[in-house]
Every structure is written in structure tokens, then in C-alpha cells.
Design a protein around this ligand. Structure first.
Ligand code: FSO
Ligand code: SF4
Length: 554
């Protein structure tokens, strides 16, 4: 195996024996083969497009699901990947047949051109998936810069796929995003593309990440209302509870509906915390609040929760025996030996009754902490007090905003983000989204004239809100360039959704982003030079000097 897609990759080089995340060699190889076949699907779909047939409505939903399953900490179940590969082969056959038919009709002869191996390799037996998977991963591309750019685009696309999948679950999709999905995968098999072509593809991935986050924002807010300022309870009640984690709000909705009146409470964990601020969810009395912290603390916190846990997406960490019989996955999440709640039938709901019945037999959660934390500062809330914010900037009460969104992770070096939050002067406001917030959202940093010093827009995809707020402030303050705003970017990254968010910020022209706690291993020296030249990207250093530099606008 060779995997270097996340921030915790071994030695900041690559996981080659077993993932630091717990992914084993078999699953790594199956994931590589799945992406290989999805590339084959995309090659035929792009060829069909050349013949005037747009198959993206057929290819994109499955490609997005497949890519989503390969995101760090989403799915560790080999059987699930075997099934996805079988499905990918059958989709490839369908798309191939449609392309060949269109070609025949247009040219009066059979297609006899060359195709990459992604489009033609097949297996007789499932066992072959494992052996083939060994040879079709990242190292398939020899040139390190081409490899770096191909992977950068692919990881950005994985983020787009995850967000696009959530939007689709809520009935929203965009043809432009669907078409882009197959375009990127096909492009990563095309040896005729130059480094410049690939840099352009990476930039386009950023633009499409903005589009996808906007689409998901629209899907979430039109379905569940705009998040409202909310003091989220972090204590517990006496009833047994179900803990729901991940990013899928449709699962949240159905779990709340099905638990109502059962005597079972519902709590969020990690990236589901922002659900506490949506009007459609706040109305439920049995929705108690948020339990615990970010994803990597789940092994201890799930043990103490006592009740069932539902993982709707990543991040899952290796499941401990102590809660193995009360953790469930759904959607694209999966873990071997863990019960998976099947997808909803068209027009129906998922059936969470097994989880609810189990909860009734469990003890109530052990209290970890008490009090509240503020949430719900997404674009609608912040823009509703825009006058107040602008006034505070103009009269100097707010000297600077620091965007500190992104992910949390296990590394001790992430204490940096807590230190930055503490070091920032009292007239600086932190804008956050994603699980990165758990490094400073319980520090009680106070407020500036009623505006909390940590404004939490929501999940990592709600980084869209932060970009939206910046663009609106730029208009309101009549500035020409987004970089003239008193905003610094100090981004914590971990997995591929954060890559999509980073590329989105770059596509909006944001310069001078600090990225940490380490720079991605998949960015080669030359590609890094391009990013530094074009966007002045830099690695995080120490908290004290970074805070001083940011406050000086550097
Ligand atoms: Fe975090 Fe995990 Fe939301 Fe990620 S829980 S790390 S970037 O999945 O998606 O922020
Ligand atoms: Fe390693 Fe990260 Fe890949 Fe897991 S996802 S195998 S930790 S690089």
C-alpha cells in the first residue's frame, strides 16, 4: 500500500504498511482499485461526451459515493469495497456500451482507438481485486510533480464528492459539478496533459469546491432553516441516549423523528455539533446537546457514553471491543463487524429502530462536562448583524478576523491552534468551521460588544459561510480585493474535505494562507513552489510569531 492523502500520514511521507488511521493493506488496495475503475468509467463517459452524449447524470452519483467511501476514516470494510468495485465494473460496462453505440452511429464503424488500462482491465474473481489493487495506486504515476497534481485534484474531488453526496441526499445536484467529477478522473489518466494543464485542473477543482459547498449550504438551509445563535448544552440528562456523529443532516432529521416520544435522548458528537443550531432540529425536546469533543477522542468518549452511536460519515477510529456491539454505521461509512443501517428506499426513511431499541436497554451517559458553547454563526446570522460588525471594525473594536477553520487531529502539534487562540489579542475574532474548533471552542474567550470571539459557522463544508462573509464584507467596505480585508487565514487540515476547502479559498483569490500543522506530503517541492509563488501559502510556525505576523497583516 501507499497512501499519503491525509495529514497524519506516516513520517509525513506515506503509510506503506498500515495506515496511522487503522486502514489495512487490503482495504488500501481495494480503495485504489475502486478509484482505478471509477477512472475507467470516467474515460468512457468523457469519450461519450465527445460523441455528443452526456452521461454525467448516470455516472456522477455513483462516482461521488465511491470517492466518498475512500476519504480518510470513512470506511474500513473490505466487503463494502468489493461490492462497490463490482458495481463500478457494471457501471463501466453500461457507459462503455453507450459510448460505443454513439461512436458507431456517428462514424459508421466500431471504435478502435487506444484506451488506458483503467478502461479495459477486468477480473474474473474477486480475489484478483486484491492483487491488482497493489499496483494501481498513487505510485502508478512516476513523475513526482504530475503525481502530486493528479493527487491534489483527486483529493479535492473527494471533498467535492462528499459534499455533493450530502446535497444529493437532500435532493440537490448541479449538472456542472456532475460533469466535472468525471472530467477530473478521466484527466488523471491522460498522459498528454502538461504540468500547466494539471495546475489549471487543480484551480478548477477549487472553483467547483466553492460551487459544491454553496449547493450544500442551499440544501441544508432550505431544508432545515438557517442556523441561529444557540447556546449548545454540553452536559447530559438522566435518560439513555443515542450519539450521532458525522455530517449527514438527513440522518439527523430521521433519527430525531424516530426517537421522539421513546424516552431516548439524542446527542451530537464531533462534526454533528452544528445540528444543534438548526431550527428544524432545535424544536425537539429530547435533542439534549453535544457530547464530547472531536473525532479522535471517540474511543474514550464512546465508552463513557454508554448508549448506541451512529456514524453517518467519517471520522471513525478503530472500534474498541467495549462499544463494538453498540456502534452503527450508515451511508458511505463502514467498519468490519459493525452493523450497517441500509439506505432509505426512494421516498422513504432509514430505519433506526434497532438502534432505538438497543438504547432503551442502556445506561444514561456519564457526564463529561457541563455548561454551554455558542454555535450557529453561519452566514445568515453574521450578515444579520453586519452593521454591528462593520461598525466594530471601523471604530477599531475588532482589529482582525482570523479564519481558523478545518479539521482536528491526534497530533500534539495541534496544540498550536489552542495557543494561537489564546495568544490572539482580545480585539481579534476567530471565524471557524469544521472539527478544528474543538481546539479552542471551550476556552471561554469572551465577546466584543456581544459578538462572541469564536464565531462558529458549523461543519467544515460551512467554510462556505466564512468565504461568503468575507466577500460580503469586501463589498460593504468597498474594497477591490478580498486580501485587503483585515482577515488572516490559519487553516488546520487533516483529510480530503479540507483539501477541497483549501482549493476553494485559493480559487477565490485568498493569499497568505497558513496551513498546518504540517504541509501535505502529496505536495511535491515544485508544486509547493507554484502555490507559494501564486498564493503565498506558508506552513504554520510557532503560535507567538504567527500571531504577531497575522496581527501585522502578514
Ligand atoms: Fe472533521 Fe473528520 Fe469535517 Fe473531516 S470529523 S476531519 S475535514 O471528517 O470532515 O471536519
Ligand atoms: Fe495513512 Fe492517512 Fe492514508 Fe490513513 S488516510 S493510510 S493515515 S495517509
Amino acid at each position: 500500500m501507499f497512501c499519503y492523502q491525509c495529514q497524519e500520514t506516516a513520517k509525513n511521507e506515506a503509510c506503506t504498511v498500515r495506515g496511522v488511521c487503522g486502514k489495512d493493506e487490503d482495504v488500501a488496495n481495494l480503495q485504489d482499485l475502486l478509484i482505478f475503475v471509477l477512472k475507467g468509467v470516467s474515460v468512457y463517459a468523457e469519450k461519450a461526451k465527445e460523441e455528443g452524449v452526456d452521461l454525467s447524470a448516470k455516472t456522477a452519483p455513483f462516482i461521488m459515493e465511491g470517492l466518498f467511501a475512500t476519504v480518510t476514516n470513512a470506511n474500513f470494510d473490505p466487503k463494502r469495497f468489493e461490492d462497490l468495485i463490482v458495481e463500478a465494473f457494471s457501471l463501466r460496462d453500461e457507459v462503455k456500451a453507450e459510448f460505443e453505440k454513439a461512436y458507431r452511429e456517428n462514424h459508421g464503424e466500431e471504435f478502435a482507438g487506444e484506451l488506458p488500462e483503467h478502461a479495459v482491465w477486468t477480473a474474473e474473481e474477486v480475489d484478483e481485486y486484491y492483487t491488482k489493487g497493489e499496483g494501481v495506486g498513487v505510485l502508478e504515476t512516476e513523475n513526482v510533480d504530475v503525481r502530486s497534481l493528479r493527487e491534489l485534484a483527486t483529493y479535492g474531488l473527494k471533498g467535492i464528492a462528499a459534499y455533493g453526496d450530502h446535497a444529493r441526499v437532500l435532493g440537490k445536484h448541479k449538472e456542472e459539478i456532475d460533469r466535472f467529477t468525471q472530467k477530473v478522473l478521466a484527466a488523471t489518466t491522460d498522459d498528454s496533459l502538461s504540468v500547466d494543464d494539471l495546475v489549471a485542473l487543480v484551480m478548477e477543482t477549487g472553483e467547483m469546491a466553492v460551487e459544491t459547498m454553496a449547493l450544500l449550504d442551499e440544501a441544508n438551509t432550505s431544508t432545515y432553516g438557517h442556523p441561529e445563535p444557540t447556546e449548545v448544552n454540553i452536559g447530559v440528562n438522566d435518560n439513555p441516549g443515542i450519539l450521532i456523529s458525522g455530517h449527514d443532516l438527513k440522518d439527523m432529521e430521521e433519527l430525531l423523528e424516530q426517537t421522539e416520544g421513546t424516552g431516548v435522548d439524542v446527542y451530537t458528537h464531533s462534526e454533528m455539533l452544528p445540528a444543534n443550531s438548526y431550527p428544524a432540529f432545535k424544536k425537539y425536546d429530547h435533542f439534549v446537546g453535544n457530547y464530547g469533543n472531536s473525532w479522535w477522542k471517540q474511543d474514550k468518549e464512546f465508552e463513557q457514553f454508554n448508549g448506541p452511536i451512529l456514524m453517518t460519515t467519517n471520522c471513525i477510529t478503530p472500534v474498541k471491543d467495549s462499544y463494538q456491539d453498540r456502534i452503527f454505521t450508515t451511508g458511505m461509512a463502514g467498519y468490519p463487524g459493525v452493523t450497517h443501517i441500509p439506505d432509505r428506499e426512494e421516498g422513504g426513511s432509514k430505519d433506526f429502530s434497532e438502534i432505538i431499541e438497543l438504547a432503551k436497554t442502556c445506561d444514561s451517559p456519564v457526564q463529561l462536562e457541563e455548561g454551554t458553547i455558542p454555535g450557529g454563526y453561519a452566514r445568515n446570522t453574521v450578515m444579520s448583524v453586519a452593521d454591528k460588525v462593520i461598525e466594530a471594525v471601523e471604530n477599531g473594536d475588532i482589529s482582525r478576523f482570523v479564519v481558523m477553520g478545518g479539521c482536528d487531529g491526534r497530533f500534539k502539534s495541534r496544540d498550536y491552534f489552542t495557543d494561537v487562540a489564546q495568544e490572539l489579542p482580545e480585539d481579534a475574532v476567530i471565524l471557524t468551521a469544521g472539527c478544528a474548533k474543538y481546539r479552542y471552542n471551550k476556552l471561554d474567550l469572551g465577546d466584543i460588544g456581544g459578538i462572541p470571539r469564536v464565531l462558529d459557522a458549523g461543519q467544515c463544508n460551512d467554510s462556505y459561510s466564512l468565504a461568503y462573509i468575507a466577500l460580503e464584507l469586501k463589498e460593504a467596505l468597498d474594497l477591490d480585493d478580498i486580501n485587503e480585508l483585515p482577515i488572516s487565514y490559519d487553516i488546520a487540515w487533516y483529510e480530503q474535505k479540507a483539501v477541497a476547502v483549501l482549493l476553494a479559498l485559493l480559487s477565490l483569490g485568498v493569499k497568505g494562507i497558513r496551513l498546518g500543522p504540517t504541509l501535505p506530503a502529496f505536495v511535491s517541492e515544485n508544486v509547493l513552489n507554484v502555490l507559494v509563488d501564486k498564493f503565498d501559502i506558508k506552513a504554520t510556525a510557532d503560535a507567538e510569531s504567527d500571531v504577531a505576523a497575522m496581527m501585522a497583516g502578514q
